[in-house]
Design a protein around this ligand. Structure first.
Ligand code: ADP
Length: 455
């Protein structure tokens, strides 16, 4: 099971006084944990069957503003309830919070008891089911980069989010000494997640001052989505505990490297044989893998919305900072949007490097999977590989430059509408266009610095 606690084991832990609190959380459009804290005695008593939340949770923006114009929930519809249904397979201990367990939940329609189609978990489950119908088990790993600051969130708030002090003074990529200084946070994070049933492979320093990365072992796509949202929440919680803060913004400062969430993907047979590997191919890539990759390339521009969901996400795509600008493929080449890793081994896989650390992992994995499966279904032919520095390659497929462009591409995609459904595509395009409109009316520090005296 993806979690590490059964209901019976939880009951015993509650009786023994080890656990008194259960966090019951669904996942919102932004990939955040949203829910309630249950007294553990009430949870084991029957609370585990279901609870409720306001259905505005899948329509609000980052600020919890009641965004108008959604078909699912609005003031006109009276903002009713969703059923919040714990997925008991995800029940686990939360070692970094005293006496606490956590369960992730699905969101169901209050009347039909069907899963709400716009729910990120439901969107991914549907694509995984499609893969299974085609005879494949998708395995994924979403890497996660972030920045750590010496300041606490509270101190930053009091300073008007000024004076951010990265935890290191220099680019700490692979540095052991600098990351030793960060162990009060990172060791607690690795061990905490491990104790919560998430198999951490490693953490490392990343390519700018204060930047870190965490990698966990690849697993089935839904379990990976669950692990990703728990990891993000855990990083914030443990950082808070040690008086620090972290950010998962794709680009927090103009002159700093962006933070990514690369998505490693492979398909397996139900018997556990890697379907992407063919020892007779010069690079060990099976015909299936080539079709899958061809599908992702063909649809890369239409699905970028789900890899880069905010206005800020597009500021990460700049030349020479390891974030890609071109949606092309290449073997072991960090300048390409799609990099082939594990060439000529059973671990041969596609690493999509387009996504930022601000992506919603369920939506990103679902969109990538849907594109790959379309490639397999339609036996799409893989275009020739590009080699060398892709930043300066001319006349090749570009990653959309803005959220507005990505939203328009998603809105106009027959493929995406077929794969996700109009109700889902319209919902997320609406969210993106709201973000664009909000950003356009915001006066930023850039405007002020540039114009105050000289305009
Ligand atoms: P990098 O150098 O890009 O960090 P790693 O070798 O550390 O690459 O692996 C990155 C991620 O790839 C890890 O999370 C690992 O679990 C995952 N991974 C390894 N094999 C596979 C596979 N066959 N399918 C999907 N992900 C995989």
């Amino acid at each position: 099971m993806p979690g590490n606690l059964t209901l019976d084991a939880l009951r015993e832990a509650v009786d023994a006084g080890e656990i008194d609190t259960v966090v019951v959380a669904a996942i919102d459009m932004q990939g955040r944990l949203m829910g309630k804290r249950f007294h553990a005695a009430h949870f084991v008593d029957g609370g585990w069957r279901e609870t409720h939340c306001c259905n505005y949770l899948l329509t609000v923006d980052m600020e919890m503003y009641t965004v108008p114009g959604y078909a699912t929930a609005s003031w006109e519809k009276g903002y009713g309830d969703y059923i919040v249904k714990p997925d008991m397979e995800t029940l686990r201990r939360v070692p970094w919070l005293e006496g606490t367990a956590l369960v992730l939940c699905d969101l169901l329609d209050h009347h039909t008891h069907e899963e709400v189609p716009q729910s990120p978990r439901a969107i991914l489950k549907r694509q995984v089911a499609r893969a299974r119908e085609m005879g494949f088990e998708p395995k994924m790993a979403t890497e996660l980069e972030f920045y750590v600051f010496e300041n606490s969130y509270e101190a930053l708030r009091d300073q008007g989010i000024a004076g951010l002090r990265p935890i290191s003074a220099y680019n700490e990529d692979y540095h052991i000494f600098q990351t030793t200084k960060e162990e009060p946070l990172m060791r607690a994070l690795r061990n905490g997640l491990y104790g919560a049933g998430i198999i951490v492979e490693n953490t490392k320093g990343e390519a700018d001052s204060g930047q870190a990365e965490i990698n966990v072992r690849y697993t089935d796509a839904l379990t990976m989505g669950d692990a990703h949202v728990i990891m993000k929440n855990a990083t914030k919680e443990i950082a808070h505990k040690v008086g620090k803060s972290v950010t998962f913004m794709a680009k927090y400062a103009t002159d700093k490297a962006g933070s990514s969430s690369h998505v490693h993907q492979s398909l397996w047979t139900p018997e556990g044989v890697p379907a992407f590997h063919d020892p007779d191919d010069p690079h060990g890539m099976s015909a299936m893998m080539k079709h899958y990759l061809a599908g992702q390339l063909a649809h890369a521009r239409e699905l970028t919305l789900f890899l880069a969901p905010y206005v800020n996400s597009y500021k990460r795509f700049c030349v020479g900072l390891f974030a890609p600008t071109k949606a092309v493929w290449s073997r072991d080449n960090r300048t390409a949007g799609f990099r082939i890793c594990g060439e000529n081994t059973k671990a041969v896989r596609v690493e999509c490097r387009i996504g930022g650390s601000d992506l919603n992992p369920y939506l990103a994995c679902a969109a990538l999977l849907a594109a790959g499966l379309d490639g397999i279904e339609r036996k799409m032919e893989l275009e020739p590989e590009l080699r060398g520095d892709m930043y300066h390659a001319e006349g090749v497929r570009e990653i959309p430059k803005t959220l507005r462009e990505a939203a328009d591409l998603a809105a106009g995609s027959d493929w995406l509408r077929g794969a996700f459904g109009d109700d889902v595509v319209d919902h997320y395009v609406h969210a993106a266009r709201w973000e664009v409109a909000e950003s356009e009316r915001a006066v930023t520090d850039w405007d002020l610095r540039r114009g105050l005296e000289r305009a």
